[in-house]
Each structure stands twice: as structure tokens, then as C-alpha cells.
Write a protein that binds this ligand. Structure first.
Ligand code: NAP
Length: 284
């Protein structure tokens, strides 16, 4: 039976460090602050916003909510980001996406200054994930996958890692992060042929597909490490991952649950990035 890699254990382990850092910032007159920029009122965004607020409160990070109407003009959204860029009391900005269809998302996301890009949404920060030049902060979900591996002493070095999914939010950045840690990385996607034999051959499988329980027992082999990024609702309205946890846990060596896995660590990484961004302002 697989070891269950619990997100709460990972997040708990670095909470203490974040609390210490935010306390120390306050003694220096800095209140680490995350601005959450939401356009419209999508249920998913609001529920994530609440989760982030709970986490932030726990570790001493303040939240500034900026809410704009769904029909906001692009120029007004750009202005809102520019004013957060200029506001020295804000250390990180989380902007929910997708943005409404009338907004040029590629243009708007790149208005954010890289120093406040705590979720790797700008091209400059994403490029840095590829070049390793340390600008800004990698996308939190990708970073959360690496935190889980590190917490459980799973060294990717020399291992065969297969990432199923190639989005800019998770798949591509986590593949680069695994590569930078000396894994031999394969990126699979919807056109990959013989996916089950590709995943079966891996030591580490990162599933970021967005399809409920798509990866069943036939995709896995004994001893593998499985990180399930997927957050989906199945036909019974239950929250499930991309991996069929019940069928797979008796085969592999270790697996993250959904819920209670990567998602739990992601909000922890987000607030950690805010505190680190605030610390960087000390030297300025
Ligand atoms: P996305 O942008 O829709 O990307 C999905 C990827 O999966 C694409 O690259 C797609 O390939 C690939 N794919 C789709 N069907 C496939 C198939 N049958 N076989 C192989 N690959 C297939 O999704 P995302 O934003 O990366 O999110 C993926 C999942 O992670 C979602 O469930 C999302 O809710 C979850 N998520 C979780 C967190 C968290 O904190 N835990 C954060 C973000 C996202 P193509 O490129 O060929 O289309």
C-alpha cells in the first residue's frame, strides 16, 4: 500500500518558518501584504480567495482585496495593476485567471512588475524558471509539487519523471523545475501516443491533466511516486484528482491525495512567496 503524501504535513512544516519571518518583518515596520485582484465573481475564484485569506491570516500575511466588475475596461484593469506596482505597502499580487474574454490576458498579465509576481504569471518570471536566473517566483502549484518531493526526501536526481500536461501554469514549469534538479523529464500531453506505457516506465509521475480519475491502474507500476495536481469534480459531485486514487494506491509507492495534497501546499507556497518578496524590499 502506498505512502500517502499529505499536503497538510508539508504546509505545516514550513508554516513555522513563514510565521517567524513575518514576525521579524513586523519588528522592522513591514507588514507583508498580498493584493488579490479579482475581476468578476466566479465561484472558483471566490472559494480560492477564501482559502488564501485563511492561510494568510494563520501566518501573519495581510490581504488587500481589489475587486473589479466583470465588464471592466482593459485600461482600468491595467491602471489597477499599475497602482499595485507602485504601492510600496503591497509585496505580492495574485490575479485570478482566466480574465473575461474582452481582456487581452497576455498584455495585462505582463503589466505586473516581476518583483511582485509571486505566482509566476509574467513572461519574465516564466522565462526565469527556464533560465534559472531567479527573477520573481515560480508558479505556486509547480513549486508546491517540488516542496512535496523535498519534504518527503524524494530526490528527483537521475530519476525518470513524466509530467502529464503542458500548461504554462503547471506542466511546463514543473517539468523545468524537475530538469533543474537533474531528473530525466518527459512531457506528455493529449497527443502523446501510448500514454500508459510512458507513465508506467517513470519513477515519478506528475499528473496535471484536468480530467477526473483519467489515470487508472493501467497507467502505473510498483514503487512509483505519484503527484496528482488535478482538481476535478466527478460524476457523483465529489472532488477528485486526475488519478484514480483508490485503484492506484495499492500499486504505487507513494501518492498525494485529492483533496489534501498539492492544493493544500499551493496556498502555503503563495504566502511564503509574499513573505520572501517583502524580505527582499528590506535591502532596497
Ligand atoms: P490545462 O491548461 O487545461 O492543461 C491540461 C493539460 O492536460 C494540457 O496540456 C493537455 O494537453 C493535457 N491533456 C488533456 N487531456 C489529455 C489526455 N487525454 N492525455 C494526456 N494529456 C491530456 O489545465 P491546467 O491549468 O494545467 O490544470 C490541470 C489540472 O490541475 C486541473 O484539474 C486544475 O484544476 C488543476 N490545478 C490544480 C492546482 C492546485 O493548486 N492543486 C492549481 C492549478 C491547476 P494539450 O496541451 O495537448 O491540450
Amino acid at each position: 500500500m502506498a505512502t500517502v503524501l499529505k499536503g497538510s504535513e508539508v504546509a505545516h512544516a514550513f508554516d513555522a518558518e513563514i510565521i517567524d519571518k513575518s514576525k521579524s518583518l513586523r519588528t522592522k515596520g513591514i507588514d507583508p501584504t498580498l493584493a488579490i485582484l479579482r475581476v468578476g465573481g466566479r465561484e472558483d475564484d471566490i472559494s480560492y480567495e477564501k482559502g488564501v485569506a485563511r492561510r494568510a491570516e494563520k501566518v501573519g500575511v495581510s490581504i488587500r482585496n481589489v475587486v473589479l466588475p466583470a465588464d471592466v475596461e482593459q485600461s482600468a484593469l491595467v491602471q489597477a495593476i499599475e497602482s499595485l506596482n507602485a504601492d510600496t505597502s503591497v509585496h505580492g499580487v495574485l490575479m485570478f485567471r482566466p480574465l473575461p474574454g474582452h481582456i487581452d490576458e497576455n498584455l495585462v498579465r505582463n503589466v505586473l512588475v516581476p518583483t511582485k509576481d509571486i505566482d509566476g504569471i509574467t513572461d519574465l518570471v516564466l522565462a526565469s524558471v527556464f533560465t534559472g536566473t531567479g527573477v520573481g517566483y515560480a508558479p505556486c502549484t509547480a513549486a508546491a509539487c517540488m516542496e512535496i518531493l523535498d519534504h518527503y526526501d524524494i530526490d528527483p536526481k537521475g530519476k525518470k519523471a513524466v509530467v502529464v500536461g503542458r500548461s504554462l501554469v503547471v506542466g511546463k514549469p514543473v517539468a523545468m523545475m524537475l530538469l533543474s534538479r537533474n531528473a530525466t523529464v518527459t512531457i506528455a500531453h493529449s497527443r502523446t501516443e501510448g500514454l500508459s506505457s510512458v507513465t508506467r516506465d517513470a519513477d515519478i509521475v506528475i499528473a496535471c491533466v484536468g480530467k477526473a480519475k483519467m489515470l487508472g491502474a493501467s497507467y502505473f507500476s510498483a514503487g512509483q511516486i505519484v503527484i496528482d495536481v488535478g482538481i476535478n469534480v466527478d460524476e457523483g459531485d465529489t472532488l477528485v484528482g486526475d488519478v484514480d486514487f483508490t485503484a492506484v494506491k495499492s500499486i504505487v509507492g507513494a501518492i498525494t491525495p485529492v483533496p489534501g495534497g498539492v492544493g493544500t501546499v499551493t496556498t502555503g507556497v503563495l504566502v511564503k512567496h509574499v513573505v520572501d518578496a517583502a524580505i527582499k524590499t528590506l535591502g532596497q
